[in-house]
Design a binder for this molecule. Sequence first.
Ligand SMILES: C[S@@+](CC[C@H](N)C(=O)[O-])C[C@H]1O[C@@H](n2cnc3c(N)ncnc32)[C@H](O)[C@@H]1O
Length: 368
Amino acid sequence: MSDRIDSAAGSRFVVTSNHGFSAYAQDELRALLPGTKFDELVPAEVYVMRSPQSRNGTIRAVAAKEPIFVRHLHPVDADVPTSGTAEDMARLAAAVEAAYREVAVVPAHGAETETASASTVAVQIRKAESFDGDYTPAELRDAVASSLRETFGVETVVKDSDWIVSVFLAAETAYIGVSTAADNLSDWAGGAIRFRKEEGQVSRAKFKLLEAEYAFGLDLSAFARSLDIGAAPGGWTSLLLERGSEVTAVDPADLHPDLLGHPNLTYLKRNAGDVAFKPDSYDLLVCDMSWSPRQMVKLIVPLLAALRPGGTAIVTLKLMHGKPFQTVKDSVRAMQPAMELRKAKQLFHNRDELTVYLQKKFENAETL
Ligand SMILES: C[S@@+](CC[C@H](N)C(=O)[O-])C[C@H]1O[C@@H](n2cnc3c(N)ncnc32)[C@H](O)[C@@H]1O
């Protein structure tokens, strides 16, 4: 990568948060990178971050302490004025080629020609509502992808690529970046992770647990015994059953009839405050109660004894009073000393809530 791209003079990124949560993300980014400034591209959602640190320094700082409310970011390696006419496409494709050459292509040692340092590229195009163009993002994606294939001989793919080329089309400017999925915090354009809705799916809430599995790098099939608190109608329970777990589902409300009778399901139609389990009897505890975090945590704390040391908890925290950082702090503190916070993240499928991933400490196991 050339010095021009990784300039010590500072760097810019296009950053995305869930709609309405950008102010929290910006607080987190300012704390990580003092002196950072923001210019809005999509109200309360997408913005340009002007970091005083270099491109790589900024990527490292964000990766080291991933902000809860940053869903996705990509560097701005070039910005190009747009007119909205079809002529943009050739200019943008050329600008992408130049950025790709600087970031991803290294001159072969001792050779005249250059070689791509990796062979697969995903092209992700997004646009602001305010962008009014004669071409669609899909048309631009095809033009950019074919120019990258022709010029660099790369293979263009949708997922799991070595490089991601991002183009964000704002009102009069296109912001272009070349980076990796890890740099961007997500493999998905704008961090908008999409799952296919299945026939007979019990609830959309299932997407939240699927996304948590991806975002926290978990493999749900590794949990042989799971406890689902606030389980109805049963989206999370159905996913855990699909993954082969033996599930105890607790909820005074009805589970979806399709789940009843599953050989690996125990359904306790009870309030979480009225149940108790043997110590160390579960590998995973999940809780997606849409309730005040303070009340929810009060119910959960006594149940944590049922989780084995090293066991995992995935808990949705509803953001009731607009003080998310305090909510996370208070809720996690209430679950200590048994639990350690691994990660807190507002997922794409979260609404006015965020998801925390905790692990039960080993050293406190006997004291519970
Ligand atoms: C958002 S829904 C859960 C959705 C579920 N994760 C799914 O995938 O279908 C919240 C559930 O928490 C349950 N709940 C609320 N308070 C509860 C309590 N004290 N004990 C057990 N369940 C409770 C509600 O009855 C409701 O079914």
